[in-house]
Write a protein that binds this ligand. Structure first.
Ligand SMILES: [Zn+2]
Length: 321
């Protein structure tokens, strides 16, 4: 990377890359060309979707139980490249009843992973005026590294409140004591990296972790519910206030999951159960008309689900700004 790309001094018209440096100590620094945050109100609850960046993954991850030709056809229909495409990494900040709740934490910045376009969360929270010290609660949908890594970045723990509560399903913590990778289909190196990240997280944050079995109301109208499937302790967050609803579905729903909910995603530890969970949640969303946000749906990933028989359809929200 050239000097100009890593440390741009101006935001001239030629600056179209995403690596604009906003890390000026003591002040937020210049805005990124794309702020990568999107605000939604759910009754009394303020919801902010923040992008942690993107993660390029091989397209076989989309559905390892189907023929390559079926994947190729879907990718072509979606105008996506055939071999690898960028998965979004969406994180949510919710404010309710005086609490500030961070839901998942992005991938973090492990240089060994060589994923420089991810791990933007802390910088983007700062740009959104959200101080890490103001976060009262963290909710983890599960403990894959793309959901916990942001809290493992050097210096982050020191900036968090000592009385921070980290809510995670007891089944998730138990799973990572001896995780089963026999049903996944991940790129080489990922299982070891995932094991190591979960282990490190548990070690660093054990005293702050608050375990729940099935369901826990984190703040008024903000309820985390275990679904299992993707991982045994995978959970979604349902927010409801004043007749509005929004579900943060973590990794229960992927972009391909509306048309092909039965495709097994490569990161699912129990893919058959994950598919059942997906269909159940999509039916619930179609029935309630509530909004959906999920980690890996294209940013800002705010939309609704329509259903016609067994066919689901993603209906993106009209941008409201
Ligand atoms: Zn994920």
């Amino acid at each position: 990377m050239s000097q100009a790309e890593t440390r741009p001094r101006t935001m001239g018209q030629q600056e179209t890359n995403m690596s604009l440096d906003t890390s000026h100590p003591g002040r937020p620094g210049p805005e990124e060309l794309v702020p990568s945050r999107y605000a939604v109100r759910v009754g009394e609850i303020d919801v902010l979707v923040v992008s942690d960046g993107v993660l390029p993954l091989p397209t076989a991850m989309l559905g390892h139980n189907v023929e390559p030709a079926a994947r190729a056809a879907w990718l072509k229909d979606m105008f996506l490249p055939p071999d690898a495409f960028d998965w979004a990494l969406n994180v949510v900040v919710a404010r309710s009843g005086g609490q500030t709740i961070l839901i998942d934490a992005g991938l973090g910045l492990d240089p060994e992973l060589n994923l420089p376009r991810a791990g933007q969360l802390v910088k983007r929270l700062e740009a959104a005026g959200i101080d890490l010290a103001s976060v009262t609660d963290v909710v983890l949908t599960h403990m894959h590294m793309d959901h916990i890594g942001g809290l493992l970045v050097d210096g982050v723990k020191d900036r968090l409140r000592p009385d921070l509560r980290i809510h995670v399903a007891a089944a998730e913590v138990k799973f990572w004591e001896a995780p089963d990778f026999s049903h996944v289909s991940m790129p080489p190196g990922f299982p070891d990296a995932l094991r190591a990240a979960a282990k490190r997280f548990t070690k660093e944050y054990q005293s702050q972790m608050r375990l729940f079995d099935e369901e826990y109301e984190v703040a008024p109208g903000v309820v985390v519910c275990r679904t299992g499937g993707h991982t045994p302790g995978h959970s979604v967050v349902r927010m409801a206030s004043g007749g509005d609803r929004l579900m943060f579905a973590g990794d229960a729903v992927f972009a391909v999951g509306f048309e092909h909910p039965d495709w097994h995603n490569g990161f699912e530890h129990d893919p058959e159960e994950a598919a059942r969970v997906r269909v159940r949640l999509l039916r619930e969303l179609a029935e309630t008309g509530g909004q959906l946000v999920a980690t890996h749906l294209p940013f800002p990933s705010v939309g609704r689900v329509a259903v016609d028989g067994d066919d689901f359809r993603w209906v993106a929200a009209f941008w409201d700004y």
